[in-house]
Write a protein that binds this ligand. Sequence first.
Ligand SMILES: Nc1ncnc2c1ncn2[C@@H]1O[C@H](COP(=O)(O)OP(=O)(O)OP(=O)(O)O)[C@@H](O)[C@H]1O
Ligand SMILES: [Mg+2]
Length: 381
Amino acid sequence: MRIIPIASGKGGVGKSLIAANLAIALAEANRRVVLGDLDLGGSNLHLILGVRSPGRGLGSVLTSGKHKFDEAVVETEYPGLRFISGDGEIPGLANVTANQKRSLIHKLTHLDTDYLVLDLGAGTNYNTLDFFLTARHGMVVTTPTPTATVNAYLFLKNVLFRAITARLPRKSSGNSYINSLRKDGEALKRIYLPNLLEKLQEVDPEHYPECAHAVRSLQPRLILNLLEDPKDAEKANKLRRSCREYLGLELEHTGVIYRDDLQDVALSARLPIIRYKPQSVLAQAVYRIADKLVQLESDEEDDVVEGGDLDQTFQEAALEAEADFSAKLGYVEDLLHSGALSTGDLVETIKMQQIEINQLKKENNLIKSKLVRAIQQGFVE
Ligand SMILES: Nc1ncnc2c1ncn2[C@@H]1O[C@H](COP(=O)(O)OP(=O)(O)OP(=O)(O)O)[C@@H](O)[C@H]1O
Ligand SMILES: [Mg+2]
């Protein structure tokens, strides 16, 4: 079974949207897929999947001894796709106990399926990190905005830290060392992960090999979502460099996805975009990611891609960003030619754009004048 946990540092970057549509795309490729909503405390995957009443989900399983885990795994209208809904609005589920979490992970990872796609909550709580660490190639979603990419980096830093600490028994000298670091928040913040491993080799040679192996075998996959422009694709390289330099972690790029206004329409029609408009730029981008995953099936799950092959994934993504942008423009052109966009729509769009341009001009002037003042006061070279 291949596990695809989908996570992010920042919320609202498209994890659930990608999880639902990717699961359908994999099922359409004749794979047996289970899609699980593990965003405990914030479950909404059923809405994106278009399931009106999600029934007994993990909420019932975790809060009542009566309901078995298997009952929570239900068939969907998509052949080959089964679904496990989340908390069903039962409060407090974000805080499952360590035992509940262990048992849940055990049951999930023993399902009889080809793919297990897990939609996770945003951020770095231990549950999320542990669900993410059920796979060596977990999927990290980010948007090109600086807050999202910084949070993606911080998420990965937390993942690595968790991968290391999970391998240190409570009474080990490695664990004592980590606890001593924890006492000084600053030391923990500044910690350079490759140095931490070296230090562990010194203080806890018994457990070091396992920690080092855990780190070496992790190779998260990246999805850059909500692009507006091909230039946004460069943000992936920046994130890649930070991960490499400061975490000693290599990322693989799985693809880019543009913002697609049709998604809002699909959502209000209660349909996943892949079903609502399979030809849309968004649905096509998801199919492309599913194709890549299917291609990767021949590799062993343990394999870590190296060097040139990784570079290639980033180059490919940059090309996709160019191609999808043309496709997006082509789509607008088609709408124009087909008469689907009326002259009135065009006038309205131009008006809105004019307002946005004016707002940007104002902001730009304000920042410029601040800069000029700063230069005059000698704050900037
Ligand atoms: N490529 C896209 N084009 C258009 N809309 C998008 C795209 N990706 C995500 N969205 C929209 O952005 C919003 C957030 O997406 P989603 O709920 O999937 O994010 P999330 O990461 O799961 O959020 P959370 O952290 O709250 O669980 C939704 O309204 C979704 O429809
Ligand atoms: Mg979500």
